[in-house]
Design a protein around this ligand. Structure first.
Ligand code: BES
Ligand code: ZN
Length: 649
């Protein structure tokens, strides 16, 4: 049931939007009479536009962006038609990208391109001049294409190269079934430009269609309307009618099967994983219903998850209609499925209301962690939600400690000029963002906060928002009408955590802490006292070992709980971290750590373990493993670990 809004190729005019929101808010109408409003509009339009070069007084649509060469205020892409040939032999994609554009008196349109071979460009079917600018390690190159006033379409013939960072080509050996090759893309934050020439800023919104040709024994799926079965000849046609930001264009190709969970939810996975994935994620429909009950209709029609091979560099990626997920969340007991709630929540925070620039990344992730926690609470209760929140709270503490020398990195609003947007992808955006919103919820009251958020998503659907835009919206729609005093600026623009932070408590975690102390002081483990512990309690137990824990203590725990052979990836990861921290080498722990690091490419896990080696003066050990694991990692994990270990090829 698509709403009218979706059909419209909606372009945000953020400043105007905010202005109208403000002017027509009840609050404002009560304080100023109609005529005065008109006068005010005239004054704002006359004097408020001083900085803008346009003489017709139209406000700029797109804000300044340091991670894209595009000049969307001059010429912008609106719709993309892709025609792609996926070649596993040469590990390249050969493509034709046709764009519908919108421009005013422009003589060129500028796109982003990185590690692409641009073969030819046409403008409305006729060859046109193009130029690739100087290469920047982060941004790639500006692709400047000559257009005329009348130009409606441009077409680019191109090929990806061996350097293309978005793509990971996998041998059969690197997949679950080990029978067929696999390919997946990762666009966020600025990698889409490495497989499609594009205006690669989150402020851009386009619809797309794609024709994709793959080997006939493989299935292709995208962040679009998807096939459920293989075609006879390996040709697939995709339609994405809801406008999305370029970082959300995604493709996966493999020997995949589909199993529905409900009419609008389901899973794609390789044969050997499909049953497990289906069982693990069979609450998907319930999650969508819970999310809709909280913050309004799910606007993307379908919500599927694809389980990728273990080298996928993230836990999950919220590609619209088709979340990409790591197989490491399949624990067998649904204990790690908050990740699915998280990616689902992005269907509102991120995909519907999108951060305008990567400096506003906390708007995507902080809101999503808040929303994720609310979905988990609705499905499984407050206990579980608070444990998840407290694990994040501890991550935040560790992150702030790690940024001791760079406190400006602990602000919500960042300045990532000349930095890779990846540098902002840390616990500050996620967990400080969450804490801010939870503190706001407590200050305003849950009912008021929920109706505020619901309206926020509806009003800003299919558009982008800056941190400043959000703060204005918050003042006008939540704080002022309810006379709530709140130190918003301190939360957003100051380092660290303000004093009025919400305090999260969990009796279950208190019990875990007491048991831990008990077992250590008595040198005796009462296994029965841990009988119904959940994954979150085990993670909390292991992460909170005292500095002074001995090998004998660790061994006692390992004998009692077999942490070294844990099949739950989160429990295994935190245990391995402690083994590295405390020089614990009993049993097969060293072998298991190495196998884990070779098989799993999830950056959060991999970097946590390599950081532990580094912190403990064991860079040589880390490098010995990394030599064996590096080839299995996607470029985003490789880039992080190369820098961490100062790896030279
Ligand atoms: N959108 C992110 C992943 C991402 C962020 C990729 C920035 C590239 C740049 C995704 O929604 C996410 O947050 N994934 C988390 C899982 C989550 C449960 C915290 C992850 O991968 O760990
Ligand atoms: Zn996220």
């Amino acid at each position: 049931m698509p709403s009218n809004r979706i059909e419209v190729n909606y372009t945000p005019n953020e400043d105007f939007h905010l202005l109208t929101n403000y002017l027509f808010s009840t609050h404002f109408i009560f304080t100023i009479m109609r005529q005065q409003i008109l006068l005010f509009v005239v004054i704002i339009l006359t004097f408020g536009c001083k900085d803008h070069e346009t003489s017709d007084m139209s406000l700029p649509k797109y804000v300044e962006e340091t991670h894209s060469y595009a000049q969307p205020n001059i010429a912008v892409i609106k719709h993309l038609e892709l025609n792609l040939d996926v070649d596993f032999e040469t590990e390249t994609i050969e493509g034709i990208a046709n764009y519908e554009i919108s421009a005013e008196n422009a003589s060129e349109i500028v796109l982003d391109s990185k590690y692409l071979d641009i073969v030819k460009v046409t403008s409305d079917g006729v060859d046109t001049e193009f130029e690739l600018g100087p290469f920047d390690q982060q941004l790639g190159q500006a692709l400047r294409i000559k257009i005329s006033e009348a130009t409606k379409h441009i077409t680019i013939h191109y090929k990806t190269t061996a350097q293309t960072e978005a793509l990971q080509w996998l041998d059969p050996q690197q997949t679950a079934d080990k029978t067929h090759p696999f390919l997946f893309t990762q666009g966020q934050a600025i990698l889409t430009r490495t497989w499609i020439p594009i205006q690669d800023s989150p402020q851009i919104r386009i619809t797309y269609n794609a024709t994709v040709k793959v080997p006939s024994n493989l299935l292709a799926v995208m962040s679009a309307e998807n096939p459920k079965n293989k075609s006879a000849d390996g040709s697939y046609y995709f339609k994405m009618k809801q406008p999305i930001s370029p970082y959300l264009i995604a493709l996966a190709v493999g020997n995949l099967e589909y199993q529905a969970v409900s009419e609008r939810t389901g899973v794609y996975a390789e044969k050997s994983m499909i049953e497990k994935a289906h069982a693990e994620f069979n609450d998907m429909e319930k999650m969508v219903i819970a999310a809709e009950n909280l913050y309004g209709t799910y606007d993307w029609e379908q919500f599927d998850v694809i389980v990728l091979p273990p080298s996928f560099p993230f836990g999950g990626m919220e590609n619209p209609r088709l979340t990409f997920a790591t197989p490491t969340v399949i624990a067998g007991d649904k204990s790690l499925t908050s990740l699915i709630a998280h990616e689902l929540a992005h269907s509102w925070s991120g995909n519907l209301v999108t951060n305008a620039t990567w400096n506003d990344f906390w708007l995507n992730e902080g809101f999503t962690v808040y929303f994720e926690t609310r979905i988990m609470e609705a499905l499984y209760g407050k206990d579980r939600a608070n444990m998840i929140a407290l694990i994040g709270r501890q991550d935040l503490e560790d992150e702030i400690e790690g940024f001791k020398g760079e406190p400006e990195m602990t602000k919500l609003k960042l300045d990532l000029t000349n930095k890779n947007p990846d540098d902002g992808m840390n616990s500050i955006a996620y967990d400080k963002g969450y804490l801010f919103l939870r503190t706001l919820e407590e200050a305003a009251g849950r009912d008021k906060f929920d109706s505020f958020l619901k309206t926020y998503f509806k009003t800003n659907a299919f558009s982008t928002i800056t941190t400043e835009g959000f703060i204005d919206y918050l003042n006008v729609h939540l704080l002022e009408p309810n006379a709530v005093e709140f130190n918003v600026d301190a939360w957003v623009y100051q380092p660290g955590i303000p004093k009025n932070q919400a305090i999260i408590v969990s009796d279950r975690f208190k019990n875990v802490e007491n048991r831990l102390q008990d077992f250590i002081s008595k040198k005796f483990v009462e296994v029965a006292k841990t009988k119904d512990w959940t994954t979150q309690e085990w993670v909390h137990f292991i992460r909170n070992f005292p500095e002074t824990i001995t090998i004998a203590d660790l061994k006692r725990f390992d004998v009692a709980f077999d942490f070294t052979n844990a099949t739950n990836s989160h429990i295994a990861m935190v245990w391995y971290e402690q083994a590295i921290n405390h020089d614990y080498h009993e049993g097969n722990v060293d072998q298991n750590i190495e196998d884990f690091l070779i098989r799993v490419g999830r950056r959060w896990y991999v970097s946590t373990l390599f950081k532990a080696y580094k912190r403990n003066g064991k860079v040589d050990e880390a490098l010995a493993i990394y030599e064996k694991s590096r080839d299995n990692y996607h470029s985003v994990t490789v880039n992080t670990i190369d820098a961490l270990l100062d790896y030279k090829k």
